[in-house]
Ligand binder design. Structure first.
Ligand SMILES: *[C@@H]1O[C@H](CO)[C@@H](O)[C@H](O)[C@H]1NC(C)=O
Ligand SMILES: *[C@@H]1O[C@H](CO)[C@@H](O)[C@H](O)[C@H]1NC(C)=O
Ligand SMILES: *[C@@H]1O[C@H](CO)[C@@H](O)[C@H](O)[C@H]1NC(C)=O
Ligand SMILES: *[C@@H]1O[C@H](CO)[C@@H](O)[C@H](O)[C@H]1NC(C)=O
Ligand SMILES: *[C@@H]1O[C@H](CO)[C@@H](O)[C@H](O)[C@H]1NC(C)=O
Ligand SMILES: *[C@@H]1O[C@H](CO)[C@@H](O)[C@H](O)[C@H]1NC(C)=O
Ligand SMILES: *[C@@H]1O[C@H](CO)[C@@H](O)[C@H](O)[C@H]1NC(C)=O
Ligand SMILES: *[C@@H]1O[C@H](CO)[C@@H](O)[C@H](O)[C@H]1NC(C)=O
Ligand SMILES: *[C@@H]1O[C@H](CO)[C@@H](O)[C@H](O)[C@H]1NC(C)=O
Length: 650
């Protein structure tokens, strides 16, 4: 999401350096090379080579001249004539001249010139270098330096029909040498490896590793500052094939001279503009992510998690994709409000992977809450969070895998399944589950450094491992209270699941220890009765709830009749009654009368009796009054239930 702009900063100057010097290599010539060459009408690429003069047999091969130049200019010198900074270059090319008629003609040359066009009437003896008009003129007209490979003595000035010469603005050579002296025959049809070096002072030519010519020459005196490099050749009545089979060139960069200062100004300005734009984009982007955070988007999730000092591992998206076989449908375990849960395999261990739905904007808060709360908790009755992943705008959580899924499947029955089919839990298992959840909640409320409110205790958030041990999961709504003395989490949002929410939730709009206890009470009643909590979505139809339903049984003195009929056989009635009364106590409409989780544990273990519960369900009144000393059993309350002192004024 936040890609670094750095690579662009680096590439740009490198790119600028690259264009200002000339470097190329053609190991051979394919059609594609035409894009890099300037070819005169008689020159073309065929058979992996440049045919500088045509290779067609017959009349068309006679009296031809041609040029093949690299299409980018090379900066040869800068400064003033005679006192210039001169570039140096090395070039190697392979020539092949064959199928000559006798005496053969005319030859081929390596040329450096400011004018890429082949001169008119430069066929025959002119080698495509000059014509009768420009021969011997000043550099402003001819403007060419050539290293000729002359295959015909067509002039008195020529040594022989097998020589190499250095020509400046003329067909006559400044210096020439016969290759016969070195045992080479240019037109014999053998490859000639020519290595040409100019060091700014001397021009040296080697043929097949033999130094054949070295001449001091100041190129700035005869040539324009920027030049083309390449080849020219010609035929006359006498013909031959003039081929260049490969070509490598490397020239130094002498930079730009003062006349081109504006180029640098333009380039600098362009670079500066790009940098500024990149910077502005970067800053804007950062701002964007900060705004994201404020709006509950998916900004600095990693920072938030790190700040909490969380233990769970950070996963790569790749790993999780692999673990779930690309989030395959057959690995799907379930779908919740915030995303989909998949079964996965990581290090030969089964894991459950929750993939938070991209659409859920709420997801981010829940995600961070979950990683930062349970990520740091360790309790046998809490689902263990193994890791998390935030990549490619994906939020994922990795938990230990619970082979038996969630509790709701065992206690509620959907219409399709018969009652017998959908429940396999006996009384002992149910009691163990209730105790497990109570221990988990006691740990959250009283046991760890920071008080944690779960805020969404319900059957579908209780997971069962292979031994049917209950593990409280889904901490998506959990909130940490920094100071343990505080009992509530201040937030104006109403969160939780209808049916499990204490009646005061709708009025105080916040989670407290007591609202968690209420949800736990509802859970106890469902587990024992095998009923779902009813449709209590608002305070008004609160009376339709399982709490109300059970209180009726209690009032009539036959509370055990409400117990799930599927476990009649093994039921210990006295135990069931204690647990149900405890459940009702937790669901007391007045939060001050609900027991704390410590007390709940004491009742479940038999150390204490359940709190006294009025036969008639008290009506819900608000503000709720703290219990008077006369009908309150403090031994059960402990010291956990703190008065809602801050509720005054509501
Ligand atoms: C080539 O040019 C020479 C001299 O201009 C001329 O005599 C000859 O006829 C020409 N050859 C062809 C084939 O055109
Ligand atoms: C040659 O140019 C340099 C600077 O590029 C300058 O210092 C020097 O005086 C010049 N010499 C002559 C002879 O012009
Ligand atoms: C040319 O070759 C010589 C010797 O190999 C080397 O020192 C020099 O740097 C080369 N010059 C260029 C422009 O490549
Ligand atoms: C060159 O000449 C030989 C015979 O001398 C011939 O076989 C070959 O095809 C010719 N090559 C070209 C490209 O004309
Ligand atoms: C380049 O050479 C062609 C052909 O000889 C000529 O017509 C043209 O004027 C020359 N261009 C320059 C800039 O000298
Ligand atoms: C070409 O020019 C040179 C002077 O650079 C001169 O000596 C020579 O005779 C000329 N050649 C022809 C064929 O005109
Ligand atoms: C030059 O060297 C090449 C490769 O080493 C070889 O094929 C070729 O025959 C040689 N040319 C001459 C004229 O000796
Ligand atoms: C070069 O080779 C060609 C073709 O084999 C031959 O006709 C010519 O006489 C040779 N030239 C020299 C100078 O040996
Ligand atoms: C150029 O050649 C001359 C004469 O051979 C020599 O004195 C000089 O050092 C050479 N320059 C370079 C740069 O090699």
């Amino acid at each position: 999401m936040r890609s670094s702009p750095l690579p662009y900063f680096l590439i740009l100057p490198l790119f600028l350096i690259q264009v200002s010097c000339l470097d190329f290599n053609f190991p051979n010539f394919q059609r594609e090379a035409e894009n890099h060459l300037i070819l005169s009408p008689n020159s073309y690429i065929v058979s992996g080579a440049i045919q500088v003069t045509p290779d067609h047999n017959g009349a068309s091969m006679a009296n031809m001249s041609g040029r093949a130049l690299y299409n980018k200019r090379f900066r040869l010198w800068k400064g003033s004539e005679g006192n210039a900074t001169i570039a140096s270059f090395n070039t190697t090319f392979v020539l092949n001249i064959q199928n000559r008629t006798s005496p053969g003609g005319e030859g081929l040359a390596f040329i450096i010139t400011g004018n890429s066009s082949v001169p008119d009437n430069s066929q025959g003896r002119w080698l495509g270098i000059v014509n009768s008009d420009t021969n011997g003129t000043s550099d402003s007209e001819a403007g060419i330096l050539a290293v000729e490979f002359d295959t015909r003595k067509s002039d008195d000035g020529d040594l022989d029909g097998n020589h190499i010469g250095l020509n400046i603005n003329s067909i006559n050579s400044v210096s020439q040498v016969s290759l016969s002296d070195f045992g080479f025959n240019i037109s014999r049809g053998l490859d000639l490896w020519v290595y040409l070096q100019y060091d700014g002072e001397n021009l040296t030519v080697r043929v097949n590793d033999t130094l054949v010519l070295s001449e001091p020459v100041d190129l700035s005196l005869y040539l324009p500052e920027e030049v083309f490099v390449g080849f020219s050749a010609s035929t006359s009545d006498e013909i031959q094939l003039n081929c260049v089979k490969s070509w490598w060139f490397s020239g130094t960069d002498i930079g730009e001279d003062g006349n081109l200062w504006w180029v640098w100004v333009v380039i600098s300005a362009a670079v500066l503009t790009v940098l500024t734009v990149v910077l502005v984009c970067y800053l804007y982007h950062r701002r964007g992510t900060i705004d994201d955070d404020m709006e509950g988007g998916r900004g600095n999730i990693e920072d938030e998690i790190k700040r909490s000092g969380s233990g769970p591992k950070k996963f790569r998206f790749k790993e999780l994709k692999q673990a779930t076989a690309n989030f395959s449908r057959k690995n799907k375990l379930g779908k919740g409000g915030f995303g989909t849960v998949y079964k996965g395999s990581w290090r030969n261990k089964d894991v459950a992977i929750k993939r938070v739905s991209k659409k859920s904007n709420q997801g981010k808060q829940e995600f961070v809450a979950e990683v930062t709360t349970i990520g740091n908790l360790n309790h046998k009755n809490l689902v263990k969070l193994i890791g998390w992943c935030y990549e490619r705008r994906e939020l994922l959580l990795v938990y230990e895998y619970m082979p038996n899924g969630s509790l709701d499947k065992f206690i509620f029955c959907n219409e399709k399944a018969s009652r017998e089919e959908c429940s396999t839990l006996n009384w002992e298992q149910r009691l163990t589950i209730i105790q497990g959840v109570a221990q988990a909640l006691d740990y959250l409320h009283n046991g760890c450094q920071k008080r944690v409110l779960h805020r969404d205790i319900k059957a579908s958030n209780i997971m069962l491992d292979s031994e049917y041990v209950a593990k409280l999961g889904d901490f998506g709504l959990a909130r940490t209270i920094q100071e343990k003395e505080k009992t509530h989490h201040s937030t104006v949002e109403i969160a939780g699941t209808p049916g499990y929410m204490a009646p005061e939730t709708f009025l105080i709009s916040r989670a407290t220890i007591e609202t968690d206890v209420y949800s736990f009470g509802v859970l106890v009643l469902e587990v024992v009765c095998g009923r779902n909590p009813g449709n209590q979505s608002e305070q008004k139809n609160y009376n339709n709830s399982i709490v109300n339903w059970l209180w009726e049984f209690y009032k009539n003195g036959k509370i055990t009749a409400a117990v799930d009929s599927r476990m009649e056989a093994e039921l210990v009635e006295k135990e069931a009654e204690r647990v149900l009364v405890l459940g009702l106590a937790c669901c007391h409409p007045n939060p001050h009368y609900r027991p704390c989780m410590r007390s709940v544990l004491q009742v479940l273990s038999g150390e204490a009796d359940p709190p006294e519960v009025p036969k008639e369900r008290p009506s819900f009144v608000w503000p709720a009054m703290p219990p008077s000393f006369t009908h309150m059993d403090y031994s059960l309350r402990g010291t956990q239930l703190t008065p809602f002192t801050d509720l005054t004024g509501r």
